[in-house]
Design a protein around this ligand. Structure first.
Ligand SMILES: *Cc1c(COP(=O)(O)O)cnc(C)c1O
Length: 473
């Protein structure tokens, strides 16, 4: 009833991706089996096969790389993950905001199969190809601002952020990079330095890249009551001017809505005020939209919501429907200053990842996934607010579009309750619903469902979450 050609999750369009190559006639396109978009638990969780794999994992995989819950996945489609024991789980995390177009989105599957059969790699820096150019065109067209832009492609979000900072320093000749409290920008040395949270990201992994400064974020739930966006911006700007000084500040790096830090939505006016200060002082603004970008928040980019136009923007996660791809997009007059050969990498802009990105972006356009995100967000917000009315342990409900969270606290206080978040995530998993936690204090429960999730499936997932809250709070 929920086949890939039905109206189930809205990504069945056979339309070819943006200027991507036509499917080769000699290629047999193998579709994965259809997966019913319903939750179905057939073993205890984790099941016997997952347990077996987890025992092997313990012997083979570095424990520093962890998983939220040990359910090993065999297949996936739409918003359903099927584990190796045959359990169908509802995915409310999208692999951390990556498969926004849904698992096995038909256009992405076709584009990848077609591209891998043609060629998997040449290295764009050796022998270029159209797909890379087309992804850059799409990024330049869709990212905020209608100025001339250029893009460069990389493998991971962290690598994109690193390159954005490289470009800023090259262009401005100023070393200082200003990041915010609760920020998350990745796990490489420079991006660890930009990331605010010690455990687990930074602990004993230093020394970190120098000339990174941290200022206060607008965090409406925890800021003094009634603090406006303009006031929060003034607080950050005072810190920037005092700690760094305009003459030393190359850029400000900010997630327009913080992701790992706890889905912190700054007060209205905060981002525009920071952007205006940057413009007035020749400090470049890098918007890290790696988690918020590509329709997640109900706009193509979270900056669009307040009309903020950054000088550079970093993207990754949802861009390529599950394939690893990241980008820096910036003002042409900045990007054009970097010397020829100064940017790149062996795999950056891999043709298979580019083909996936073109198909993924086209899917977002064809099915208006920005609008879908808004609808999903409204549903979650309504349910979360009802849950908050019942549970005093839910201190705050926030987010935008299909990026929604609740912050858990000790009832009657603002004391973070990370243990509750852990228990609820585990209870959801045991019932077959994949949810995630986040937050500087580890006490935020967040949802990032695929934007093609069917309403009934979302409803079922939220029901499981409501039961977990009742049982665990
Ligand atoms: C995930 C994320 C990154 C890092 O991306 P990776 O691909 O994991 O390196 C950087 N910034 C933000 C805002 C993110 O959410």
């Amino acid at each position: 009833m929920t086949g890939r050609s039905g109206p189930n999750h809205g990504v069945d369009g056979p339309d070819p991706p943006l200027s991507a190559p036509k499917p080769s006639t000699t290629l047999t396109v193998v579709n994965p089996a259809r997966i019913n978009q319903t939750r179905r638990i057939v073993t205890e969780l984790p099941g016997p096969r997952s347990k077996e794999l987890d025992a092997r994992r313990t012997e083979a995989v570095a424990p520093g790389v962890s998983s939220v819950f040990p359910l090993y996945i065999d297949r996936a489609e739409g918003a359903i993950l099927v584990d190796v024991d045959g359990n169908s789980l509802i995915d409310l995390g999208s692999g951390i905001a990556v498969v926004s177009v849904g698992h096995a989105a038909p256009a992405v599957v076709h584009a990848v199969q077609d591209q891998i059969a043609k060629f998997a790699h040449t290295c764009f820096m050796v022998s270029p190809y159209e797909q890379y150019v087309a992804v850059c065109e799409a990024l330049n067209e869709r990212t905020p601002g209608d100025h001339a832009k250029r893009s460069a492609l990389f493998n991971s979000g962290a690598e994109a952020v690193e390159n954005a900072v490289k470009i800023v320093r090259h262009v401005t000749g100023r070393d200082g990079v200003i990041a915010f409290d609760h920020a998350y920008h990745g796990r490489t040395n420079l991006t660890m330095a930009l990331t605010a949270k010690n455990m687990p990201y930074r602990h004993r992994f230093g020394p970190f890249a120098p000339e990174v400064y941290r200022v206060a974020m607008s965090y409406p739930y925890r800021d003094p009551e009634g603090m406006t966006g303009a006031e929060a911006a003034a607080r950050a700007i005072e810190q920037m001017e005092r700690q760094v000084g305009v003459a030393n500040a190359g850029c400000v790096v900010i997630e327009p809505i913080q992701g790992e830090g706890g889905f912190i939505v700054p007060a209205p006016g905060f981002l525009p005020a920071i952007a205006a200060w940057c413009t007035a002082n020749g400090v470049l603004l890098i918007a890290d939209e790696i988690q918020t970008g590509f329709c997640r928040t109900g706009d193509w980019f979270a900056c669009d919501h307040e009309g903020v136009v950054p000088d550079l923007i970093t993207t990754a996660k949802a861009m390529a429907g599950g394939m690893p791809l990241a980008a820096v997009t910036g003002r042409a007059e900045l990007m054009d200053q970097v010397h020829v050969g100064g940017l790149g990498g062996t795999y950056g802009g891999n043709p298979v990842a580019c083909a996936a990105a073109l198909a993924s972006i086209q899917t977002m356009v064809d099915h208006d996934l920005a609008f879908a995100a808004t609808k999903i967000g409204a549903t979650i917000n309504e349910r979360f607010s009802a849950m908050q009315a019942r549970h005093p342990g839910i201190g705050d409900v926030r987010g935008r579009g299909a990026m929604m969270a609740m912050e858990l606290v000790q009832p009657g206080t603002m004391e973070p309750d990370a243990d509750a978040a852990k228990r609820i995530v585990a209870a959801c998993h045991r019932a077959g619903v994949v949810t995630l936690s986040c937050g500087s204090y580890g006490n935020v429960l967040r949802l990032l469902p695929p934007l093609v999730i069917e309403p009934e499936l979302l409803d079922d997932g939220l029901g499981v979450l409501a039961d977990a809250l009742t049982a665990e709070l």
